[in-house]
Design a protein around this ligand. Structure first.
Ligand code: 5GP
Length: 129
């Protein structure tokens, strides 16, 4: 199945340099920049440079080089931003929203890396399933 990618989305424009961003790291296949509306002291968005819409799209269609590059960048950011848990404190959350049910706003695959405060349990609005 082909997944249509809208190259007018905001992260595509960031990748093309058409919109400014606060880049914290860049690799051959990935870019990491601060979320414009941070939910915690550290809130970084990590995106592949390739045209992938969701995490599942990326995980199934990207090359091994792209996936390795992306995953290692997340690991480097955890270290560089001192987010790894130590004993009973510290830690972070990674999350990637996909599609309308998850309220994905930007249709370019991105991973939220959030930390620097107590995040609490993974929270979703309550609703009967
Ligand atoms: P989603 O709901 O799609 O998982 O999250 C999209 C995220 O992108 C949101 O946290 C939002 O604050 C962030 N965002 C939207 N537009 C921009 C932008 O132009 N620049 C940056 N740095 N972040 C953005």
């Amino acid at each position: 199945m082909t997944i249509a990618y809208d190259d007018q989305n905001i992260f595509a424009k960031i990748l093309r340099g058409e919109i400014p961003n606060d880049t914290v790291a860049e690799t051959e296949h990935s870019l990491a920049f601060r979320d414009i509306f941070p939910q915690a002291p550290t809130h970084i968005l990590v995106i592949p440079k390739g045209p992938y819409v969701t995490y599942g799209h990326f995980a199934s269609a990207a090359s091994e080089a792209e996936i390795l590059d992306f995953t290692r960048l997340v690991g480097k950011l955890v270290a560089d931003f001192d987010l790894a848990p130590v004993g009973d404190s510290g830690g972070y959350r990674v999350a990637s929203n996909a599609g309308p049910d998850a309220h994905q706003e930007v249709p370019h695959m991105h991973m939220h890396l959030v930390g620097g405060r107590i995040l609490g349990p993974f929270a979703m609005p309550e609703r009967k399933v």
